[in-house]
Design a protein around this ligand. Structure first.
Ligand code: SAM
Ligand code: SF4
Length: 343
């Protein structure tokens, strides 16, 4: 065996991982989603209730220093893929300086962001300079009135400017489109013109029950997968071989791909490799749990690094098999908003 060459080091995750984090079903956890704020400049109806939400006081949110400490500890356990999300990440001041500090950690191998694109255009050059591994841009429709109806705000023009900015800069781009009860085939086909013309992935997402309103239960009369097969009869499944939330499809003649995220049907739990930290520092090992570890309490009571790591290992070794089991065991009268979880 030859020694690694200078300038050609081992991948970070291999070089620095102390001991990987594996759950009680043998799923290795390699992906951390950090929701850095619950604030947002949109009010998407599937994510927040019409009456609005009480945002958590700033002092209740993890500081960037606290978040950095958690990323340092968790990335050392092999969670080398980090996604910054929210709320809207750019609604929190100094999001980018924070991202630079994460990017500087040798245990972080890829840094991603999910954004609604309203204020993102001005940050694209810096995201490119940072070496962002992926931008997920949320865009449910290309129609201004419909955008306003869904997001309760009139900001489609800004989001489309961000979309163009990403394309022009050739940034690694995915588009997240939540399919609602009243999303029409025409809307889906209009969105699909984006991957037809550009090398990006358009992911259609099943609506999940996180609008913060108890009465909104996703209605799926016909599976989204069947619907996409009907609309795109030539689409062919792509086998990626890596754990993925989205099923990916190629369509002959398309520059990009189409994806399907069956978050409500929970079809990807068997390979789930991710955990989440909410803005208030609750660790979630499943989107459908109520938070299984209060990291903020540990951080603010001066817990040692090894105590935090041990507590994370303990909750990861008690995961439910899938989101259906989690939901059945963690019912709540009022579901949370997705903005308070991070999507
Ligand atoms: N504000 C940013 C954005 O919208 O991209 C990041 C946070 S948002 C909570 C993350 C993702 O969750 C978005 O792509 C959004 O469409 C998705 N999302 C929010 N509520 C959802 C729901 N009820 N069902 C499915 N996806 C949802
Ligand atoms: Fe804001 Fe994103 Fe939720 Fe829409 S989905 S309200 S943009 S956090």
């Amino acid at each position: 065996m030859t020694a690694p060459q200078r300038g050609n080091p081992l991948p970070h995750s291999r070089a620095h991982r102390i001991d990987s984090l594996t759950d009680n079903y043998g799923r290795q956890i390699t992906y951390l989603r950090l929701a850095i704020t619950d604030r947002c400049n949109l009010r998407c109806r599937y994510c927040m209730p019409l009456c609005g939400v009480d945002f958590v006081p700033h002092a209740e949110m993890l500081s960037f220093e606290e978040l950095e400490r958690l990323v340092r500890l968790l990335s050392a356990l092999g969670l080398s893929k980090i996604r910054i999300t929210g709320g809207e990440p750019f609604a929190r001041r100094d999001c980018l300086p924070f991202m630079w500090r994460l990017q500087g950690m040798d245990t972080v191998s890829s840094l991603h962001i999910t954004t609604n694109g309203v204020k993102t255009l001005r940050y694209l050059d810096e995201l490119a300079a940072l070496g962002i591994a992926g931008i997920n841009l949320s865009l449910d429709t290309l129609d201004r009135n419909r955008f306003q109806q869904i997001s309760r705000r009139d900001h489609l023009a800004e989001v489309l400017a961000t979309l163009d900015g990403c394309i022009v800069r050739r940034l690694p781009l995915k588009i997240n489109a939540v399919v609602l009860e009243d999303t029409t085939d025409a809307e889906i086909l209009a969105l699909a013109e984006l991957p037809e013309r550009h090398p990006l992935c358009l992911r259609f997402i099943e609506k999940m029950p996180f609008s913060g309103t108890p009465d909104v239960r996703p209605q799926t009369n016909r599976s989204l997968r069947d619907r996409l097969h009907h609309l795109f009869p030539a689409m062919l499944p792509l086998v990626t071989g890596v754990p993925a939330t989205a099923r990916l499809y190629a369509i002959p003649g398309f520059a990009g791909t189409i994806g399907l995220i069956e978050g409500n049907s929970r079809r990807f739990c068997a390979t789930c490799n991710k955990i989440r930290i909410t803005p208030t520092g609750m660790l979630k090992t499943c989107l459908y749990d109520n938070g299984v570890l209060d990291l903020k309490a540990m951080l603010r009571s001066n817990a040692a690094d090894h105590e935090i790591t041990a507590a994370v290992r303990a909750v990861v070794s008690h995961r439910y098999r899938d989101g259906l089991a989690t939901e059945a065991n963690c019912r709540r009268a009022t579901p949370p908003t997705m903005a308070s979880i991070g999507g």
